[in-house]
Write a protein that binds this ligand. Sequence first.
Ligand code: SF4
Length: 117
Amino acid sequence: TFVITQACCNDASCVAVCPVQCIRPRPGDSDFATTEQLYIDPATCIDCGACAYECPVDAIFPEEDLPPPLADFRDINADYFALHPLEDVRPLPVKRHRLPDATTEFRVAVIGAGPSA
Ligand code: SF4
């Protein structure tokens, strides 16, 4: 698993790239404004490394590469999810974009291309 440590700047760029959405809290979550840092759920993280690559302050480490002074953050991340289980967090609303109806557009194009009387 990956671990977020004390340099976390809460900019949440990691939240946006996590493919399994296991970084909390997210912008819009009730405790986002007051959190000291963001946390990774060790039970859900798939070790892809995307968050560490995205982090602007290099606050995220693979568990096995945690510098010794930051070792406590392994438990600090896990403890957050003991209090805020991932499955209890309501998904944020997803912005849906209505795609154009291709069939209608095709029909309009065909009718429009017909011979004029
Ligand atoms: Fe999410 Fe991948 Fe980071 Fe794990 S390593 S928290 S899966 S972005």
